[in-house]
Design a protein around this ligand. Structure first.
Ligand code: GLY
Length: 369
């Protein structure tokens, strides 16, 4: 099996390598892009405890300096960005040096943004350690931090020079975190590849149970899809928006649950994708059985499949629609959603009938779907 997916962006093209055991071989893959045998690694304290020694051993002979940030979404802040940039400067990281982001989406986004602004841009390598980061955030060059006004509102497109996705590290994840990342995997099948969704229906439970070859294949196929979309639409002028399937619902639910552990991002994406299919079916865009098929797969995986699976109280449908209206995809006050004409056939819908959307959310809140 070819373990390399190329993201084709002209002079900024790069490889995403996907295989078990890559941490132990990191040196041989990173050395060719170094101008001197030295890297600055940005990570968090949890990831460092599990993987920093393995990376150090794998970097065999390459000098390594590391910064451990606090784990969690709160790290995507001005404070930690400033700390990271000042640390990189104190470590004398030069224009031709390479920063390594070792961690999940938070570390990748923050270290990527720090690399984008340090000395007007230094190269960085993503070593994603969560499933979500391996299939989504480490690929495509979206970097940034959160603002008081919302998530990811401050940032830059800055493509990595290399991505190393070691699928063995996924075995150190909590089941819930793994399954949340799986929400982004399902998204790829739902938005653009019905065969992949079918493959996931067959293999999803086995890969969740720990089969590394199946995990590697799921990551590879997800990255292959993302690489194609990013190559065609790097800065999200069109097709890249499809990667936001389920995300407008998700952002509203994350906001309604206070960005707490009541709902993880990937869980919200899975629930949001199922809601997008429910709305698509009610609008007559896709087959009536498609949303049930999506929900059935999420149930088979032991995942949350609808709003009512989120613990605690939630606001009513109108309040959720208000939260959805704050989404980044709103244009001139108009809600734009990613809907589908079938499994694997997502598109951007500019017109969303309010009454049908309200009906879907009311039914979901009342456990009718
Ligand atoms: N996570 C969505 C994107 O990279 O465009």
């Amino acid at each position: 099996m070819n373990d390399v997916v190329r993201v084709d962006l002209g002079s900024r093209s790069y490889d995403v390598r996907i295989a078990p055991g890559l941490l132990g071989r990191a040196g041989e893959m990173i050395a060719p892009i170094l101008s001197r045998q030295r890297v600055a690694v940005v990570t968090d304290s949890n990831v460092a405890a599990s993987h920093l020694d393995a990376l150090r051993a794998g970097l065999d002979g390459i000098e390594i300096r590391s910064l451990e940030l606090p784990p969690g979404e709160g790290t995507k802040s001005w404070t930690e960005l400033q700390r990271t940039v000042e640390w990189l400067l104190a470590e004398r990281v030069e224009r031709r040096d390479v920063v390594v982001a070792l961690g999940g989406g938070v570390i990748g986004d923050l270290a990527g943004f720090a690399s984008a602004i340090l000395r007007r841009g230094v190269r960085f390598v993503q070593i994603p350690t969560s499933l979500l980061a391996q299939v989504d955030s480490s690929v495509g060059g979206k970097t940034g931090i959160n603002a008081a006004a919302g998530k990811n509102l401050i940032g830059a497109f800055h493509q990595p020079a290399l991505v190393l996705a070691d699928t063995n590290v996924l075995s150190t994840l909590e089941v819930r975190d793994f399954l949340a990342g799986y929400g982004e995997v399902v998204k790829y099948g739902l938005l653009g590849d019905a065969n992949f969704f079918h493959w996931l229906e067959t293999n999803g439970p086995k890969l969740a149970a720990g089969d590394v070859d199946l995990r590697t294949e799921a990551v590879r196929r997800s990255v292959l899809m993302k690489a194609g979309i990013v190559a065609r639409d790097e800065t999200e002028q069109g097709e890249r928006a499809l990667l936001n399937l389920g995300h407008t619902f998700c952002h509203a639910l994350e906001s309604a649950t206070g960005y707490s552990d009541r709902l993880l991002h990937g869980e919200g994406v899975a629930i949001g994708s199922a809601l997008a299919f429910e709305l698509s079916a009610r609008m007559g865009l896709c087959a009536q059985e498609d949303p049930s098929r999506v929900r059935a797969h999420l149930s088979d995986m032991g995942m949350k499949r609808s709003i009512a699976d989120i613990p605690g109280d939630l606001p009513n449908a109108d309040a959720l629609i208000d939260l959805m209206a704050q989404d980044k995809k709103v244009v001139s006050g108009k809600l734009r959603l990613i809907l589908a004409r079938g499994i694997g056939e997502a598109f951007v819908a500019d017109e969303v009938p309010h009454d049908l959307l309200r009906g879907v959310l009311s039914d979901a809140l009342a456990r009718r779907i």
